[in-house]
Write a protein of this length. Structure first.
Length: 202
């Protein structure tokens, strides 16, 4: 089971009771990672169903949500009952979030998952883990989206690189996909069926 010490996000759970600290502790076993929804309502419906079936402890969105295209359907994404951390993609106007009354997501974010740092950004600003404003080691995970191409590889001397692919419009031969991170394994799955496409033991 992962012990996560994470900063308080506007999308996340309540802080530790009786504490004014900016950190809180949550126990998590599974992270659900997706990217590049681009306002596709049909893909959103499948995504929400898959989230219900996977029952993760935390959602991570690596950008390009497309709130303006989702319209009132966006409530589906924010009412799963599972904390969600979002980073802003190149197609995500900060003003769209503000206009819908939602906090403007940052360009990058990170959380601790057990002994690992999980750093996530869309990828249009930081496409390489060496560019990010935080030191990442072999035990860590670097998540991007943007390319619409699923990727899972461990780098020598650096973090595991994860791109969950696009849940709406992949640009490779793979179907729409998402990723699951557990303490000892990362896997990429087909969105419609949940079938595992590839995995990597940590």
């Amino acid at each position: 089971m992962g012990i996560v010490l994470q900063h308080i996000s506007p999308y996340d759970a309540m802080p530790l009771a009786n504490s004014n600290a900016v950190n809180y502790i949550r126990y998590m076993e599974k992270l659900f990672v997706f990217s590049d929804l681009h306002g596709d309502v049909k893909a959103l419906a499948m995504l929400v169903e898959r989230i219900k079936m996977e029952r993760p402890d935390q959602l991570i969105c690596a950008g390009d949500v497309g709130l303006e295209r989702l319209g009132h359907n966006q409530v589906m994404l924010f009412s799963t009952g599972i904390p969600i951390s979002i980073v802003r993609g190149n197609c995500d106007s900060p003003w769209i979030f503000a206009d819908t009354g939602r906090p403007i997501p940052p360009q990058y974010d990170s959380m601790e998952f057990g002994e690992r740092t999980v750093f996530f950004t869309h990828g249009h600003l930081f496409s390489n883990w060496r560019m990010v404003p935080r030191a990442l080691g072999e035990q860590d995970i670097f998540i991007t989206g943007h390319t619409h191409r699923a990727k899972l590889v461990h780098t020598k001397g650096g973090p595991t690189l994860l791109n969950p692919g696009s849940v709406s419009s992949p640009r490779d031969s793979k179907p729409p996909s998402y990723a699951m991170i557990r303490s000892d394994i990362i896997s990429i799955h087909e969105l419609s069926s949940g079938v595992e496409l590839e995995s990597l033991v940590l």
